[in-house]
Design a protein around this ligand. Structure first.
Ligand code: GRG
Length: 296
């Protein structure tokens, strides 16, 4: 392992991301903006925007637009959490260390805050401030990548499969497909968007896509393990919810030790996909390890 200081890297990127997000929600004069801001600014690891920035850096590019795109992805992610926590879905009361949006506000406001975050993401991605004249095609690709990942061919289909499978034990293949859609698609989109905006070539974008597929699944295996072994105070959300809802998870299907081995294997595969890159990929390498070692 290289001596790359991931802790400093993550905290400096989080600062930039939080600054950008804070500026978007600076004016919170209406209830809907307060609800959106409440959930977005509650913290969160910001792993998707950080992946976006790190992927751009890996192919040699980096500017404020990449941060904006990452923030748009974080808004979509936050919308998905707000809706996932609703009584009609997981009915959770704690998220990111605070009351969920529908508990802090009300159900209708939480639905609309999620809707508004999703649409705001695309307002930002399509804004002229982001799209400079010579980058129109790249931004079209970015918008296409993110909307496909977030929509019915990606995260939403994954969520549908997740809800439909409650109470049934899925086979490993179906579990993997569900997670590739529910969690993996937006993680992969984050990396791909960074690679596009960093002006990566086709081969670089493909390699980074392979990396992202592996860490996306590793992220989910780690999430399943945290739900069994994690500390709710550190995670900022309740543990044990998968078992309570009879959800199919890696620990339920293959056991805790095998799940840990599987997560390690996924990280190694992700690292192999980065062999092609020089030390500019060190942040992505370190993030792959962090994804399975994290405590929240
Ligand atoms: C409601 C359309 C819709 C989709 C919901 C993402 C999702 C789909 C549900 C979240 C439920 C969940 C626990 C999924 C497992 C992995 C995951 C996405 C965890 C939360 O993401 P983190 O760990 O959260 O990046 P923070 O708070 O750090 O941003």
């Amino acid at each position: 392992m290289n001596s790359f200081d991931l802790k400093s890297y993550l905290s400096s990127k989080r600062e930039q991301i939080n600054e950008e997000l804070g500026s978007i929600f600076a004016n919170d004069s209406s209830k809907i903006i307060r609800a959106m801001k409440y959930s977005v600014m509650a913290g969160g690891k910001r792993i998707r925007p950080i992946l976006c920035i790190a992927a751009a850096e890996t192919v040699g590019g980096k500017d404020q637009d990449v941060i904006k795109a990452g923030c748009a992805i974080e808004m979509i992610h936050t919308y998905s959490l707000i809706h996932d926590d609703l009584p009609a879905m997981d009915n959770d009361e704690i998220r990111r260390g605070q009351a969920t949006c529908h508990v802090a506000f009300d159900e209708a406001t939480a639905i609309l805050a999620g809707d508004a975050l999703l649409t705001l993401a695309f307002e930002i991605l399509s804004s002229l401030e982001c799209i400079k004249e010579n980058h129109v095609i790249d931004w079209m690709k970015v918008i296409h990548t993110i909307s496909t990942a977030a929509g019915y061919k990606g995260m939403i289909e994954g969520q549908m499969q997740d809800m439909a499978s409650e109470g049934d034990l899925l086979c490993l293949e179906d579990l993997e497909n569900m997670h590739a859609l529910k969690t993996g698609a937006l993680i992969e989109a984050s990396v791909t968007v960074g690679a596009i905006l960093g002006n990566g070539n086709i081969h670089q974008i493909q390699q980074l896509g392979t990396y992202a597929k592996y860490i996306g699944l590793a992220f989910q295996v780690a999430d399943d393990l945290l739900d069994v072994e994690g500390d709710p105070n550190v995670m900022g959300k309740n543990a044990g919810s998968d078992q309570a809802r009879s959800k199919s998870t890696y620990p339920a299907l293959i056991g805790i030790e095998q799940s840990k081995q599987f997560a390690k294997k996924l990280v190694n595969n992700a690292l192999k996909a980065l062999d092609y890159f020089d030390n500019k990929a060190h942040p992505l390498r370190a993030i792959a390890h962090y994804i399975v070692d994290r405590k929240k």
